[in-house]
Design a binder for this molecule. Structure first.
Ligand code: ZN
Length: 177
């Protein structure tokens, strides 16, 4: 009975953990104070912090896996819910160009490059997307009328936007509006 108890005690996760920790710490304590030529007290202090770290590790491994999974999933969920703070340039999605007011958004392509997306003229009065009857643009909401776009207006504006982003000029445009 006694032997079984001792065996059980020796095979216990805690005994192994703390026992190994203490043995290793004792050896390190001696080597540490000899090599660094510091007092035993200082050495004990540094070794004690090592032991605490070791015990902490043992305790951490004692945490059930399901709890770790729940905590992990909760953290992921929280990170998903909390929106990433928007960069200043990401707010630059509206601007006048020639005769029109344009709106656009940004998307990240498969290569991680940010691209201008859904660039379109919008109504200056109500910001509604414009429709076309091939002679002119009109607002379906407030019937405001606008010139039809020139053939390369959109590709030109895209270059202007990229240029403004590069030089930081978009910050000044932002302030004007
Ligand atoms: Zn309108």
């Amino acid at each position: 009975m006694k032997m079984r108890k001792i065996k059980k005690f020796l095979n216990n996760q805690w005994t192994i953990g703390i026992g190994t920790g203490l043995t290793v710490s004792f050896i390190i304590l001696i080597i540490n104070s000899v090599i660094q030529r510091i007092s035993i007290l200082q050495s004990i202090y540094s070794i004690l912090s090592l032991i605490i770290k070791f015990v902490w590790c043992v305790l951490t491994f004692g945490i059930p896996v399901w709890l770790l999974i729940i905590v992990g999933l909760t953290l992921i969920l929280i990170l998903k819910i909390i929106p990433e703070p928007q960069e200043q340039w990401e707010k630059y999605t509206l601007g006048y160009y020639k005769n029109w007011l344009f709106e656009w958004s940004y998307v990240e392509d498969a290569f991680g490059q940010t691209r201008i997306n859904n660039l379109r003229p919008v109504c200056t009065k109500c910001r509604c997307d414009l429709s076309t009857n091939y002679h002119e643009l009109y607002c379906p909401k407030c019937s405001n009328k606008y010139y039809i776009l020139e053939s390369n207006t959109l590709s030109d504006l895209e270059k202007v936007i990229i240029g403004n982003l590069k030089t930081g000029e978009y910050k000044l445009i932002d302030k004007k509006e």
